[in-house]
Design a protein around this ligand. Structure first.
Ligand code: C5P
Length: 206
């Protein structure tokens, strides 16, 4: 069974995907980490994030064993990832790895922005997770303050809106729910309720 979990930034996708994967005993791929790793490698090589050739070069050489690097989750890296993610050759270079992961025997939980629409259009279960920008900003702000980052909620909100806009308006594989995706709005839900709602949606189709 392939379970595709897509959605907006900071809507709780990753926690949800991890918990769904645990429940079904399936491997889990956070595809955002691929784009984050490309951004990291482009910057480390001294290139601009808009440099399509450098970004495609980095995407072809991604080492999957580095995807657990906690630095990939640092603030700012999500924005950097969304810049390289708009480059068609970067997306093309990462497609095969994502599809191979999804299609391993037994299936997988794959989370991202275009899993239900492009990477795994035939996934058995597709969930599109979102929440109001304000509630996502409030959650992300709490998380950042917990890590000791000094930042206002307004700045976090502006960053989230900018990332949503870039992800939704890009020409290739824009962020949008697949036509057959089940929508899950987590604005009013804590993580336990969101997990329960996701499992309920998946049980109906799986
Ligand atoms: O999910 P996460 O916040 O880690 O993703 C970082 C960025 O990577 C997203 O804002 C998006 O631009 C890009 N991304 C994407 N397609 C995916 C996963 C992530 O374009 N499947």
């Amino acid at each position: 069974m392939i379970i595709a979990i897509d959605g907006t930034a900071a809507a709780g996708k990753s926690t949800l995907a991890r918990r769904v994967a645990q429940t079904y005993g399936l491997p889990h791929l956070d595809t955002g980490s691929l784009y984050r790793a490309v951004a990291r490698d482009v910057m480390a090589a001294g290139h601009s994030l808009e440099d399509a050739r450098a970004a495609a070069f980095a995407a072809k050489r991604i080492d999957p064993s580095t995807l657990g690097d906690p630095n990939l989750r640092l603030r700012g890296n999500g924005e950097a990832a969304s810049v390289v993610a708009a480059i068609p050759d970067v997306r093309a270079a990462l497609l095969e790895f994502q599809r191979a992961f999804a299609n391993q025997p037994g299936g997988a939980v794959v989370e991202g922005r275009d899993i239900g629409t492009v990477v795994c259009p035939d996934a058995e279960a597709k969930i599109f997770v979102t929440a109001s920008a304000e509630s996502r900003a409030a959650r992300r702000h709490r998380e950042l303050v917990g890590y000791g980052v000094e930042i206002t909620e307004q700045v976090v909100l502006a960053e989230i809106k900018a990332r949503d806009k870039r992800d939704s308006e890009r020409a290739v594989s824009p962020l949008k729910p697949a036509e057959d995706a089940l929508l899950l709005d987590t604005t009013e839900l804590d993580i336990e309720k969101a997990v329960a709602a996701a499992l309920h949606l998946i049980d109906k189709v799986a």
